[in-house]
Design a protein around this ligand. Structure first.
Ligand code: ME8
Length: 672
């Protein structure tokens, strides 16, 4: 029996899961399900990445210990995957003991092989990407996310990455190692331009795995995180069972990732493995980004879509099908609720769902729910053979596309068969044949319905890894038992057994009406309930997301004013005013008034959308100290989440002048 081992990235616990995370997880789940149907002993791993400075700071900002914080968000990922029926075989957390011990073992091996030394690092670091930015100067932005890098000066352990340049280039000679080709070319040119040794420990904070024999240092979070792919399946364990599992499943067949973490997976990871004398993964497959409102969906941009909203309204299969059919794997793709509902209705409700219900209903009506015998040669027509031929070709093409991770093309081929059978049914009018009782018409009817049902069976099997829930239901309605038991390798035309008794027939994809889009948009909006305006003055109507915003009525928990309009010192103390430093400032597309700012509040970087574009050019604000109302509930402006309000005097005509300081004040300082 062959084996197949596939992994998702392990997700950071500083953000709740959104459909960007679901995208990778769904793609891996689909591949894992197909491999199981092909008979491979499959292991599918996902999990959460819980150490490092970014998580430590996020926990601090939330007023929790890093572990409390990680426990909560990791549990959300796990619960979401469970709700979606994701078929992962394990879920690794980097804070688990099994992981920590085995990472230390990996560190030891690399050190014992002579690839680790101690030195001093002085340079720039991006906490958001947990990335050392070679060659950057203080104040330079991170090349990946654009945030201002921080200067790090500390004694660290270094990994001799430079020793692996040639070996890595040899590795990339295999065209299947990095996919798609564009990513492979980027990596090759990065490595050709020269590799510098890499700092693999930090000593100025403690939220991480201690370096063996030198616990003042914690292991660099990317070495810690990448190692999950081997620690989860037993590397470094002394238990015989775990050692067996590691021997069986490693090396991984596929590490699937988003394109922004290619360097870590294609350069650092294979170099660490080479240094530890371990086999290398067979393929790193990088997909593009899901975009929403024109930019990458991410927590820091405030433009995420929660998976739960789609599950509540349309179900997991709808999201799975949409993401894999609509987005060309490897490229960026836009998400919109309109496109989701349109695809759902056209391909699932009117496409596969309709084919299943009309075919099975007619078998019920005309053949008492038993799959009829196709007619004898005399009443066969070329159209019947054409469907059989197309179905055989679809099985081949679907497999070829799938093996190349071209999910959208594979589904396109399968749905072309759905469309062909629909046309075949319309042209052969089984309902008209069913009205006539003579033998010739009966046998023609049998052929038409057998042909339709057999094509339906084939599409159902092929689509099962993508839409497991609906296809399991169709399978049961066809009276075929458990779809998981199908041997995909043997799939061929003509295997539908005559006389198979159908189960009860129900529609599997009820049509979504127009309100589905609105309902989903509203559900997302309600997640971002504003409590007050996030910019000076009221934003113009066009700047506010058009969905109705719920503003809580005054009173309640808000500061109570006395009859003369005065508030108490306690009321004032409820407003958390902080000093911030502007790190990023840019215009909000299609808005004259708004700027998007990233403001460092001393350990936490906030996105704030402010109505000051008419008074301040974005470049003049970088590095400037500002005052932020830090405990304002988030609100969405032009699709961007604003987390706080910038304080300014409002002059005649509403012109804002930012509050500022004469003395030097550190970011994060409180005004009171
Ligand atoms: O990078 N479009 O974790 P992360 C497509 N912990 N995919 C998206 C996406 C989007 N808009 N947003 C997120 C990390 N993803 C590290 C990984 S692995 C050893 C350590 C998906 O929480 C995509 O797979 O930032 C991306 O690579 C991953 O989530 C990043 O998740």
């Amino acid at each position: 029996m062959s084996k197949f081992y596939i992994t998702t990235p392990i997700y950071y616990v500083n953000a709740r899961p959104h459909i960007g995370h679901a995208y990778t997880t769904i793609a891996c789940d689909t591949v894992a399900r197909r491999e199981r149907m092909l008979g491979a002993d499959t292991f599918f791993l996902t999990g959460t990445d819980e150490h490092g400075q970014k998580i430590e700071r996020a926990a601090q900002a939330a007023g929790k210990t890093p572990l409390q914080y990680a426990d909560e968000i990791s549990a959300e990922f796990r619960a979401l995957w469970k709700r979606m029926g994701i078929s992962n075989d394990d879920f690794i957390r980097t804070t688990e003991d099994r992981h920590k011990k085995r990472v230390q073992e990996l560190f030891r091996r690399i050190r014992d092989n002579g690839f680790i030394y101690k030195s001093t690092y002085t340079g720039q670091y991006c906490v958001s990407d947990e990335l050392y930015v070679d060659g950057a100067q203080p104040g330079d932005p991170c090349p990946t996310c654009g945030r201002i890098t921080e200067t790090v000066h500390e004694e660290n352990y270094f990994f001799k990455l430079s020793a692996f340049q040639d070996k890595l280039l040899e590795l990339y000679a295999n065209p299947d190692f990095i996919r798609p080709e564009t990513r492979r070319n980027e990596v090759i040119s990065f490595v050709r331009s020269g590799l510098r040794d890499l700092s693999i420990s930090r000593s100025t904070f403690s939220w991480g795995i201690p370096v063996p024999d030198d616990p003042k240092h914690v292991i660099y979070v990317w070495l810690d995180a990448l190692a999950n792919y081997i620690t989860a399946i037993g590397f470094g364990s002394s238990h015989a069972g775990a050692q067996e599992a590691f021997k069986k499943y490693w090396p991984a067949d596929v590490h699937m990732i988003g394109k922004e973490i290619v360097r870590f997976h294609c350069v650092y990871w294979p170099a660490f493995l080479m240094a530890a004398n371990l086999p290398l993964p067979k393929a790193i497959v990088a997909h593009g980004w899901l975009l929403f409102e024109e930019s990458k969906m991410s927590k820091s941009r405030g433009n995420i879509v929660r998976t739960e909203t789609i599950l509540d309204v349309l179900g997991a299969d709808a999201l799975r099908y949409f993401l894999l059919r609509e987005v060309v794997f490897g490229q960026d793709g836009s998400f919109s609720f309109d496109a989701l509902v349109q695809r759902y209705n056209s391909d699932l409700a009117n496409g596969l769902g309709n084919l299943a219900s009309r075919t099975l209903t007619m078998i019920n009506r005309y053949f008492k729910g038993e799959v009829p015998y196709p007619s004898h040669a005399a009443s066969r027509r070329p159209a019947d053979d054409a469907i059989a031929e197309q179905a055989r070709k679809t099985i081949r093409d679907f497999g070829t596309f799938f093996d190349q991770f071209q999910f959208s093309r594979a589904l396109e081929a399968a749905w072309a068969l759905v469309a062909a059978v629909d046309k075949y049914i319309v042209e052969n009018e089984p309902w008209a044949l069913g009205e006539k009782l003579d033998e010739e018409n009966r046998s023609r009817l049998a052929t038409v319905l057998y042909t339709s049902a057999e094509a339906l069976r084939i599409v159902t099997v092929l689509a099962h890894p993508v839409i497991p829930d609906a296809t399991s239901k169709i399978w049961t309605q066809m009276g075929l038992g458990d779809i998981k038991k199908v041997d995909l390798k043997q799939l061929d035309w003509g295997q539908l057994r005559l006389g198979t008794k159908l189960g009860d027939v129900h529609p599997v994809f009820p049509r979504a009406d127009k309100s589905a889009v609105e309902r989903m948009q509203q559900m997302e909006e309600q997640q971002r309930v504003p409590a007050a305006e996030a910019v000076q003055g009221k934003p113009s109507q066009s700047d506010v997301n058009p969905a109705p915003a719920h503003v809580p009525a005054s009173g309640g928990s808000g500061p109570a004013t006395s009859a003369d309009g005065k508030i108490t010192i306690d009321d004032f103390a409820k407003v958390d005013l902080r000093v911030g430093v502007v790190k990023v400032a840019e215009r909000v597309p299609k808005s004259d008034k708004l700027l998007r700012l990233e403001v460092d509040l001393g350990g936490e970087v906030r996105q704030v959308v402010a109505g000051i574009a008419e008074a301040y050019a974005p470049e003049t604000l970088i590095g400037r100290k500002v005052v932020i109302v830090a405990n304002l509930a988030p609100r969405k402006l032009r699709g961007l989440e604003s987390n706080g309000m910038i304080v300014a005097a409002s002059l005649e005509g509403g012109r804002p002048v930012l509050a500022s300081f004469l003395e030097d004040v550190p970011p994060g300082a409180r005004l009171k």
